[in-house]
Design a binder for this molecule. Structure first.
Ligand SMILES: [Zn+2]
Length: 302
């Protein structure tokens, strides 16, 4: 059936009957939309016990005034937490993002002297080695360096799950030259691809969310308790971006601002309508302290 459909569209193309808009890549990120009902349905596709809890660990900080994270905010001091997440299942855990070494932290800090917590970074490495799988909100240095420049590459690569879009960025336009991988190197990792949503594990759906980067994805995770989480990566650096539907204003970051704007609107609506859903921004230090204090996130890796 699929084959016939492909031949048919090729035939139409050669006849000039398919418009340019219909030829557009399905990965085109704007306008971006998502449907929480479809996402919940996708997350329920894989049978098995759901995760019991999610932990967060901060291994470094960037100190950037608020106006960079949320356009229109004053230049007041603000901490960007550099974090990884650990999703704990009864029979193992999955790491979301892999952290980075200190040289990458310095590179991202663009000359600023900022805290890097060596003991926590060692805990990240330990957790990566113990994980069943490692998956990424996006392909920036503070997420992927831990599986690209690591002494444990041979051990980590086979359980490192990258999307084709993330690999494409790393191969062609990495955030920093030393993150670049070849297609041959990419083949050491486990590469996946999907259109909108993908069932990843019991209770867990991946949501394609190109915008901050071409390979950005959000993660919807329903716990065994029934509580739901949405890990949004860097769609917003601070939850005030979601509350005010106002994106970043950081000249060093090039985003698909239309797609990110759509994502902020969607997230804003979710935070107002979904009382059982905890929306978690990777770098929001204020939010993470609050969620750990309320026991909605665990504050250490296990
Ligand atoms: Zn990022």
């Amino acid at each position: 059936m699929k084959r016939a459909a492909i031949f048919l569209s090729v035939g139409l193309l050669s006849l000039g009957l398919v418009s340019r808009a219909q030829q557009a890549q399905p990965t085109s990120s704007s306008p971006w939309s998502a449907d929480i009902t479809e996402i919940r349905r996708t997350a329920a596709l894989i049978p098995g016990r759901k995760a019991s809890r999610i932990n967060v660990l901060k291994f470094a900080e960037s100190h950037r005034t608020k106006n960079f994270s949320v356009k229109g905010e004053p230049a007041t001091p603000s901490v960007q937490a550099r974090t990884v997440f650990q999703v704990v299942y009864p029979d193992g855990y999955v790491m979301v993002d892999a952290g980075m070494d200190e040289p990458m932290h310095k590179q991202i800090g663009r000359g600023a002297e900022e805290p890097y917590f060596a003991e926590q970074a060692r805990q990240v490495d330990r957790a990566l080695r113990g994980a069943r799988a490692i998956i990424f909100t996006h392909e920036h240095g503070d997420q992927v360096t831990g599986v690209i420049r690591t002494p444990y590459l041979a051990e980590l690569a086979p359980k490192t799950i990258l999307t084709r879009a993330q690999v494409r960025t790393l191969e062609t336009t990495p955030q920093f030259p030393d993150l670049r991988i070849t297609e041959e190197q990419a083949q050491r990792y486990h590469i996946i691809d999907y259109d909108h949503y993908m069932a990843f594990a019991p209770g867990w759906a991946l949501i394609k969310a190109a915008g901050h980067t071409p390979g950005s994805q959000m993660m919807f995770i329903a716990l065994d308790s029934g509580r739901e989480y949405l890990l949004i990566g860097d769609a917003a650096w601070h939850m005030d971006s979601v509350r005010k539907v106002s994106g970043k204003d950081a000249p060093w970051i090039v985003e698909d601002t239309a797609a990110v704007g759509d994502q902020l609107k969607w997230l804003n609506t979710l935070t107002k309508t979904e009382n059982n859903l905890v929306v978690v921004a990777s770098h929001d230090d204020d939010e993470q302290k609050d969620l750990v204090a309320r026991k909605l996130l665990g504050g250490k890796l296990e």
